[in-house]
Design a protein around this ligand. Structure first.
Ligand SMILES: *Cc1c(COP(=O)(O)O)cnc(C)c1O
Length: 390
């Protein structure tokens, strides 16, 4: 049979995550590739989920999501950001942020419309944009003074007559950048001027370090009305397997997204929704502890990587630290990532796979630090072998 996959998805065969995780399993390496925590979320939240299952919350929840979770999301965004969303009509529960992103792009972008993304970008963005028949316009994030940032001139140059939306991920995976108010303002000005929609991926909203503030795009002047704000429980509560996310947006945008979402999944899993509703109300102290623990892990891994010879960019948020491999004598991150299990018994992700223009990220490799301290220490000890192999 000829290749059965539709043309527009052929560039998305197997992901580097599958390749690297397979490599980790085959070689018994420490996997600092994929970003999932190796410890559980708050026990009382897990208990709520178990009780919801045993208590019979096992049939189709309402399409927009369970009222308990929609109300909890609305209350959370009011309390944390001063943002008012009506739980009936302006909040939509989704199967993780991933479905929220896909449904949003599919609902709002015509074939040929352009979507601006900051590269390196989270891998599902490119696939969602391709599914919609839309076109990516990448704006590079480059190291400036120790953090990854964009040049406002590049952003302006990326906007054209077909630009429909800007996809903004802050705190940003994979660079760890948390966009500043100035950076967000530059994006917001452009959105207002050119009548663009901001699609914001805020799944790391609670995981910022050193007192760095997460600023939702929707809080900027004139932006609430043109922003689809996306978040999810996976990162905040260490339950990446629960796939429980949500959208907050003006009613017309939510209706559009729900029109698509209802035929992708109709609704999202019920027991998780009840447990996350509870956690958004009662477990944010637990999340503060998670954040402080992750900040310490960031330092632990960063110091270790630096001692092993990498140049390290200190992330202000997320699970990830970016490194430059050139001080170790390597030039290609993909090549190094494929050899790393044999050289050091560690798996990492070559950052170049997150780019439209891989040459911009050729020499970067991403390590995840959302792992137990002993795992990080073991990985660092192993990585010290690299110096002698370069
Ligand atoms: C993990 C992640 C997601 C996916 O979130 P889910 O709720 O698991 O679908 C989306 N965006 C970014 C940047 C992520 O890191």
């Amino acid at each position: 049979m000829d290749e059965p996959l539709v043309t527009r998805m052929r560039a998305f065969g197997t992901t580097v995550f599958a390749e690297m995780t397979g490599l980790a399993v085959r070689t018994g390496s420490i996997n600092l590739g994929q970003g999932f925590p190796d410890t559980d979320g708050p026990p009382a939240m897990l208990d709520r989920a178990a009780r919801a299952v045993l208590g019979g919350a096992n049939q189709y929840p309402p399409g927009p999501g369970m009222p308990e979770l929609r109300q909890a999301v609305a209350d959370h965004n009011k309390a944390h950001y001063g943002l008012d969303y009506d739980p009936d009509g302006e909040v939509l529960v989704t199967v993780g942020a991933t479905e929220a992103l896909a449904a949003t792009v599919l609902a709002l972008c015509e074939p040929g419309d352009e979507v601006i993304v900051f590269e390196p970008y989270y891998d599902s963005y490119a696939a969602s944009i391709a599914l919609a028949g839309a076109v990516r316009r990448p704006v590079p994030l480059r190291p400036v003074d120790g953090r990854f940032a964009f040049d406002p001139a590049d952003l302006r140059a990326a906007v054209g007559p077909r630009t429909r939306a800007v996809l903004v991920n802050s705190p940003h995976n994979p660079t760890g950048t948390v966009f500043t108010r100035e950076e967000l303002t530059a994006i917001a000005e452009l959105c207002r001027e050119r009548d663009l929609i901001a699609i914001t991926d805020e799944v790391y909203e609670h995981l910022t370090y050193d007192g760095v503030e997460h600023i939702p795009m929707a809080t900027l002047p004139g932006m609430r009305e043109r922003t689809v704000m996306i978040s999810s429980a996976g990162k905040t509560f260490s339950v990446t397997g629960w796939k429980t996310g949500w959208i907050c947006a003006p009613a017309a945008l939510v209706r559009a997204v729900q029109t698509v979402k209802q035929f992708l999944t109709f609704t999202a899993g019920g027991p998780w929704q009840l447990a996350v509703a509870y956690a958004l109300r009662e477990e944010l102290d637990w999340v503060a502890g998670l954040r402080d623990g992750l900040a310490a892990k960031r330092d632990r891994l960063s110091d270790g990587l630096r001692a092993a010879g990498f140049e390290v960019y200190r992330p202000a948020g997320t699970y990830f630290v970016q490194t430059d491999i050139r001080p170790l004598g390597f030039t290609d991150g993909l090549e190094l990532a494929r050899r790393l299990p044999e050289l050091a018994g560690v798996v990492a992700i070559p950052t170049q796979v997150f780019y439209d223009r891989p040459e911009l990220g050729r020499h970067f490799v991403r390590f995840a630090f959302c792992k137990r301290d002993e795992i990080i220490d073991d990985a660092v000890t192993r990585l010290r072998r690299l110096r002698s192999n370069a």
